[in-house]
Structures are given as structure tokens and as C-alpha cells.
Design a binder for this molecule. Structure first.
Ligand SMILES: Cc1ncc(C[n+]2csc(CCOP(=O)(O)OP(=O)(O)O)c2C)c(N)n1
Ligand SMILES: [Mg+2]
Length: 371
């Protein structure tokens, strides 16, 4: 008796291969700091290139100081950023002041370069409410701790911009782990459907705390998740500041021209632990992998490129380091000078109209705090 043929009606293998081929990594500067893709070179002046380098060096110092301030008990929550400077700072550098940033907890550097005063970033780390009082004209919200939630909010902010006819974009960040959340898919799908001017950035640093990206998803690139939302998806070398800048700049132009959102995956790495709360990366990462990624360092690569053009030298590097250290000292002093947060602050900052059940507690604390 003839058995029923199990012959495939669709070439599903080919389908996945075609998708994989579509998502090649954009690189402009290789690890030696040489231009390997002249055609994709962004249009930046010498001064702008120097400024980008300055910001990366400055932020590496800020990361080192933040880690030691945390160890001294002078900062609270902190998620290290070293390794991710090109991904974070070159993406922010491609924005305009009127663009709105919706960050994750590791994205404090972008907020600072978008205008958040450093002492407020320190207050945020301490859980002080003044760290969340964003100054007028600084278009950011506080870092999101709930993984992926900012993707949905970004779709809404972008749609609001579109409705007002604003020539600006909403930019949001999540990690590789964040792309497994429902909010991630909802955000990119909604923005795609409404052609909202949003840029969705995935900083793929290969780990979600201890979970490697290979265990996170079966996809061959996270950028390809854009396909299901009907929007462009781009994968870039996230250790290459020029590639990141170029991809975000283009995405911004598309958004402003009414062409809708873009999903950008930056391939990057965090050198430090997930946060300062006590995870030990040696338990989930090999030193071989660490070494492999340190060779791709975004600062080393960009420094080589600029030195080759005689646009950077040791003196400029040292001046930037000193500037960062001075600013940090000043900002910590300012944060220390802020009156300690009280329980009554917590209640009064939370509610415009205090609920009845808190009135009594509020009075009790007010009495205690007055002594
Ligand atoms: C909705 C939600 N689930 C779980 C957590 C706990 N959590 C905090 S960070 C994290 C890993 C996120 O990894 P990834 O998105 O790759 O970002 P990265 O920390 O690497 O920048 C998890 C699971 C959370 N904050 N929110
Ligand atoms: Mg990650």
C-alpha cells in the first residue's frame, strides 16, 4: 500500500536561509581602525569626529568612577557600560536635541549627553526623587527597569510626534534579552502599522544577565525580528562608532521623511558585570570570549582611526580624562548637598491628590521628620 507522501510543500530551510542572508553586519571601521566601507562613511567634520571620541573616553572614565563610587557605598543602582560606548554614544550623537530618548537601565550615558545633568544621574542611582525630575527641554525619561516596557512607550511618543507634525523622532533601547518580551513585539508592530517616527535599538551584548543570546532565541540575528513588523531591520557592528552613527542617522532621516520606524541591532559586549548587585561574569562567560571582544574595543579602534588622521593624541586623551574626573567630583559634591529623601517626599511626589489611606501615615511621618 502506498504511504502518504510527507513531501514538504514549502522550502522552509530556504526561507530561513534567505532571511539570514538579508541581515549582514554593517561595518565601516575594522578592528585596526581602517575604513573598510568607504561608501557608508557618515558625513562628519573633523571636529565632530573628535567630539565623538571625547565622549567615548569621558564615558569610559565615568563608568570606572561609578563602579568605584558604588563599591564605596556612595552610589546605589549601577549597570556598567564599558564596551558599549560606540553603541550608546554614537547612536545618541546621530540625534537632535528635540528627539526623545526612552532608555533602559544601562543607558544613562545617552541621557547625560542628551542634556541630563550628571549630578541628577547620580541621584537617580541613589533612588532619590530629584534624579527623576528631568529639566525642561531635556527630552528623555528616566531609565526603565522593566525589560522592554520602553518599546511600547516609544511607539506612543513617536505617534504623538507624528500627530503634532513634529520633525523629531523617539529613540529607545533594549538588550538582546529584551527582544524576548511581548512589549518588544507590540512596540515595533504598532509603530510599523502607524508609520510612527521611532528608532528601536537593540544593544546585543550577548548576555541577559547570565543567559547567552543563543539560548534566548532561535533567530540568526535579532535585527530580523523587524520582518514580522514590516519595518526595516539593520544589524551593525556595535563596537564601530561610525557604523552605529551611520545606521541611526539614516533611520532618523527615514523617520522624519514619514517612512516609519527602523529596528537596529548593535553587536556589542559589556566588559563588566550585569550590575553592581553582585553577579559574577566568570561563572557564565569564558575569558576567551572576554578577550575576543576586548580586541574589538570601540575606543581603541576609533583612536587608531583618528590618530591616523592626526586628529587625536595623548594630550587630548589626558585632557578629556581630567575633565571627566573634575566633572564627576563636582557632580558628586552637588548630589551629596541635596537634602536626604524623606518618606513624606516619597508620598507627596507620588500623588497629586493624596489618597485617604495615606493621609494618616503622611502625618505620622511629618511629625517624626520634624524632630
Ligand atoms: C519584565 C522584566 N523581567 C525580568 C527582569 C529582570 N532582569 C533585569 S535585567 C535582565 C536581563 C536583561 O538582559 P538584556 O535585555 O540583554 O539587557 P542587558 O542587561 O544585557 O543590557 C532581567 C531578566 C526585569 N527587570 N523586567
Ligand atoms: Mg544583553
Amino acid at each position: 500500500m502506498a504511504t502518504k507522501s510527507n513531501q514538504a510543500k514549502f522550502d522552509v530551510k530556504k526561507q530561513l536561509e534567505v532571511v539570514e542572508e538579508q541581515f549582514q553586519t554593517l561595518q565601516i571601521l575594522n578592528e585596526e581602525g581602517e575604513i573598510v566601507n568607504e561608501a557608508a562613511m557618515p558625513d562628519l567634520t573633523d571636529e565632530q569626529l573628535q567630539e565623538l571620541m571625547k565622549r567615548m573616553v569621558y564615558t569610559r572614565i565615568l563608568d570606572q568612577r561609578s563602579i568605584s563610587l558604588n563599591r564605596q557605598g556612595r552610589l546605589g543602582f549601577y549597570a556598567p557600560t564599558a564596551g558599549q560606548e560606540a553603541s550608546q554614544l554614537a547612536s545618541q550623537y546621530a540625534l537632535e536635541k528635540e528627539d526623545f530618548i526612552l532608555p533602559g537601565y544601562r543607558d544613562v550615558p545617552q541621557l547625560i549627553w542628551h542634556g541630563l545633568p550628571l549630578y541628577q544621574a547620580f541621584l537617580f542611582s541613589r533612588g532619590h526623587f530629584k534624579g527623576n525630575q528631568i529639566p525642561e527641554g531635556v527630552n528623555v525619561i528616566s531609565p526603565q527597569i522593566i525589560i522592554g516596557a520602553q518599546y511600547v512607550q516609544a511607539a506612543g511618543v513617536a505617534l504623538g510626534m507624528k500627530k503634532r507634525g513634529a520633525k523629531s523622532v523617539a529613540v529607545t533601547y533594549t538588550g538582546d534579552g529584551g527582544t524576548s518580551q511581548g512589549d518588544f513585539y507590540e512596540g515595533i508592530n504598532f509603530a510599523g502599522a502607524f508609520k510612527a517616527p521611532a528608532i528601536f535599538i537593540i544593544q546585543n551584548n550577548r548576555f541577559a544577565i547570565s543567559t547567552p543570546v543563543e539560548k534566548q532565541s532561535a533567530v540568526s540575528s535579532l535585527a530580523q525580528k523587524a520582518v514580522a513588523a514590516g519595518i526595516p531591520g539593520i544589524q551593525v557592528d556595535g563596537m564601530d562608532a561610525l557604523a552605529v552613527y551611520s545606521a541611526v542617522k539614516e533611520a532618523r532621516e527615514r523617520a522624519i521623511n514619514g517612512e516609519g520606524p527602523t529596528l537596529i541591532e548593535t553587536l556589542t559586549y559589556r566588559y563588566g558585570p550585569h550590575t553592581m548587585a553582585g553577579d559574577d561574569p566568570t561563572r557564565y562567560r569564558t575569558s576567551d570570549l572576554d578577550n575576543e571582544w576586548e580586541l574589538k574595543d570601540p575606543l581603541v579602534r576609533f583612536r587608531k582611526f583618528l590618530e591616523g588622521k592626526k586628529l587625536w593624541n595623548e594630550e587630548m586623551e589626558n585632557k578629556t580624562i581630567e575633565q571627566a574626573k573634575d566633572d564627576i567630583k563636582e557632580a558628586i559634591k552637588k548630589a551629596d548637598a541635596e537634602p536626604k529623601q524623606k518618606v513624606t517626599d516619597l508620598i507627596s511626589n507620588m500623588y497629586e491628590e493624596m489618597p485617604n489611606n495615606l493621609v494618616e501615615q503622611y502625618e505620622i511621618y511629618k511629625e517624626k521628620e520634624s524632630k
